[in-house]
Design a protein around this ligand. Sequence first.
Ligand SMILES: Cc1cc2nc3c(=O)[nH]c(=O)nc-3n(C[C@H](O)[C@H](O)[C@H](O)COP(=O)(O)OP(=O)(O)OC[C@H]3O[C@@H](n4cnc5c(N)ncnc54)[C@H](O)[C@@H]3O)c2cc1C
Length: 382
Amino acid sequence: MDPYADLRDGVRKLCARFPETYWRKLDEEEAYPEAFVEAMTEAGYLAALIPEEYGGAGLGVAEASVILEEIHRSGGNAAACHAQMYVMGTLLRHGSEEQKRRYLPAIARGELRLQAFGVTEPDAGSDTAAIRTSAVRRGDRYVIHGQKIWTSRALYSDLMLLVARTTPLEAVRRRTDGLSIFLVDLREAVGKGVTIRPIRTMINHHTCEVFFDGLEVPAENLIGEEGQGFRYLLDGLNAERILIAAECIGDGYWFIEKATQYAKERVVFGRPIGQNQGIQFPLAQAYAHVRAADLMRFEAARRFDAGLPCGPEANMAKLLAADASWEAANAALQTFGGFGFAREYDIERKFRETRLYQVAPVSTNLILAYIAHKVLGLPKSY
Ligand SMILES: Cc1cc2nc3c(=O)[nH]c(=O)nc-3n(C[C@H](O)[C@H](O)[C@H](O)COP(=O)(O)OP(=O)(O)OC[C@H]3O[C@@H](n4cnc5c(N)ncnc54)[C@H](O)[C@@H]3O)c2cc1C
């Protein structure tokens, strides 16, 4: 018995209103899924992780991951809205009571969107401690200069969580000291020190460059303590890894279901192509890997929701799930043959979409480095 059967059923019903044709059209037009995000917000799914006392559903990461998995399993893509789930965790865990009361209920009601998270910079890449965007305190404000890249959904979000240096890298004892997290109200900031430029990409992801030129942020928008931002960031990453793993798992099941169905129906040389082991085995192998990743996802989520350390499990879930979805994508494309390249089957769209998880939000190499160093105790390689 699946403990999440009712939840799955509810999300599936909502997703059925947004079929593959909906996502295909958005992809072609590079448009934002407004109607879908609105429906998800209205149904309360995007407030899954907001505690009930702030107007949310008060669910755990396990449930949140099931919601995202089902979106991907339906042929859709949660990238337009998933960040709200994990970004607000930083506010929830490290924000002041006043910040929480001010923002969380409005986010839960759908009046405010907190969808943007600005960490990556062009010259720092995976090395977050090397970021240069600076926030300098001037009286009751911070003045921000610098640049972010790959800030997804910045054009569709009211609020952005921004990581900036409050102490220059040269002046800190440990490289990870001196980073701070701010809540930036983009509605006020654009045109007054913030410029946002979309980046065209191989997928419909609404990701942007964000330039800061003297943006003034009220000091009360600092989250937690100045200089502790790296620690807060790490805290939120485990939830992010688990939720992204769930999206990969949803993709993996979608590819395998589509390909299996097609392999049963497509007849070549007088028999269904699915009768050939050359078609069966890659699908069976990918399915086994998706299932294994699925179990690791729930183990990571169980530990996270119980307040136990879950860094290794969250990272392994993301690694295994991203590899499994990519393997399933390849097996599905091969099964569909030439038709896999035709847009009307959606395989090529999902193939492009699921490839992202090898790189973002954290690349496979960086997870392997984490496991080697933190779990196996091997020397740090970077
Ligand atoms: C579509 C999209 C959306 C994104 N959304 C966001 C967002 O909303 N917010 C945000 O802050 N960021 C976002 N990102 C950025 C994403 O997190 C980074 O792309 C990712 O962390 C990798 O950084 P990089 O692209 O600078 O690659 P780099 O750090 O330059 O790495 C390039 C390659 O080198 C490898 N590499 C680097 N160092 C090592 C090492 N020591 N050992 C082994 N291999 C290494 C990496 O694994 C990678 O394969 C997004 C990216 C994309 C493409």
